[in-house]
Ligand binder design. Structure first.
Ligand code: IPM
Ligand code: MG
Length: 361
């Protein structure tokens, strides 16, 4: 059956990098028999401008019925200060929450041709291959109570709640244990069990699952130490599982170990339903980069690699996923570089470089 993809380019460089991913889809249609139905919708600031909300009810309904979402990026200074309840980021947060996309997979892989782009020494990052599994529908991002209140003495107070229950911890840890089992078999669970009760429960819950995954070596680490260890000796990690906020910070940190934020894709997966359908969203780790938007400077590789993850996890096309990933590496080997990688190619030219390699690899 033909699967439906919802494509949401979003703001800033989102539409530019998405255009290159769509060229790859066209190539796969023409040369590899990919059959896929595409729908497109506005999200983020673009949707605020045109439809009055960061994600409309209609777009949310389309997202729910699609087999997967290919997401660009949202946000930009234009929408700063337009109100906390109408900010572009609500689009991605709503999609995660409403579709139950609780497991955010964020790989940090060093591409051999780019080893010198890292700010760390090559011998520290060579061969680096970390997967961060970030919980993405809970924790302090969504916990209640939350708000800003004014106390009797006129002092204002902002508050959020970090909260995790065992069901939320178990389901994301299960994904992480499974993935660790398919990789190098090492899982590091990260929290602040020395300070926070939610972290203590996290640690105890993950520890209690270890016996069900005998092939995985489980360790625990405090989040601050993890940040330090990621810079000191990142190759000690295989899979990291952590909550929403720590995962947000640590995945940005880990991505920069690889030299370019513009290179890294992510997948956010939900639970498989009774019909075998698993909601999933694929997006680059980078943001909307408003400073370079519209200039044709953006690196489209993270968006193209997000499409590769989509082919693998949502369309059951691992051979095509491999091919796209090989084409990206081959383009880099040929010296293709956008500005963020120290080169001069435009976004479209980088797309050309990948398309050329798709024919060959
Ligand atoms: C991310 C982003 C989002 C987050 C923002 C855009 C809401 O930083 O996906 O990491 O904080 O989760
Ligand atoms: Mg982030």
């Amino acid at each position: 059956m033909t699967k439906t993809l919802l494509v949401t380019p979003g703001d800033g460089i989102g539409p530019e990098v998405m255009a290159q991913a769509l060229r790859v889809i066209d190539w796969l249609r023409a040369h590899r028999g990919l059959e896929v139905h595409l729908e497109e919708a506005l999200v983020g600031g673009a949707a605020i401008d045109a439809e009055g909300a960061a994600i409309s009810a209609e777009t949310l309904a389309k997202a729910k019925s699609a087999d997967a979402i290919l997401f660009g990026a949202v946000g930009g200074p234009k929408w700063d200060g337009k109100g906390f309840d109408n900010r572009p980021e609500i689009a991605i947060l709503t999609l995660r929450k409403e579709l139950g996309l609780f497991a955010n997979l964020r790989p940090a892989t060093v591409f051999a041709p780019l080893i010198d782009a890292s700010t760390l020494k090559p011998d520290v990052v060579q061969g680096l291959d970390i997967l961060i599994v970030r919980e993405s529908t809970g924790g302090v991002y969504f916990g209640e109570p939350r708000g800003i209140e004014t106390l009797a003495d006129g002092v204002r107070r902002g508050f959020n709640t970090e909260v995790y229950d065992t069901r939320e911890i178990t389901r994301v840890a299960e994904v992480a244990f499974d993935l660790a089992g398919q990789r190098q078999g090492r899982l590091c669970s990260v929290e602040k069990a020395n300070v926070m009760e939610s972290g203590l429960l996290w640690r105890e819950t993950v520890q209690s699952m270890a016996k069900d995954f005998p092939s995985v070596a489980l360790s625990h680490m405090y989040a601050d130490n993890c940040a330090m260890q990621l810079v000191r000796n990142p190759r000690q990690f295989d899979v990291i599982v952590t909550g929403n906020l720590f995962g947000d910070l640590l995945s940005d940190l880990a991505s920069m170990l690889t030299g370019s934020l513009g290179m890294l894709p992510s997948a956010t997966l939900g639970a498989t339903d009774a019909h075998g359908k698993r909601p999933a969203l694929y997006e680059p780790i980078h943001g909307s980069a408003p400073d370079i938007a519209g200039k044709g400077l953006a690196n489209p590789l993270a968006q193209i690699l997000s499409l590769a993850m989509l082919l693998r996890y949502s369309l059951g096309r691992p051979a095509d996923a491999d091919r796209v990933e090989r084409a990206v590496v081959a383009a880099l080997e040929q010296g293709a570089r956008t500005a963020d990688l120290g080169g001069r190619l435009t976004t479209h030219e980088m797309g050309d470089a990948v398309l050329q390699q798709l024919e060959r690899v």
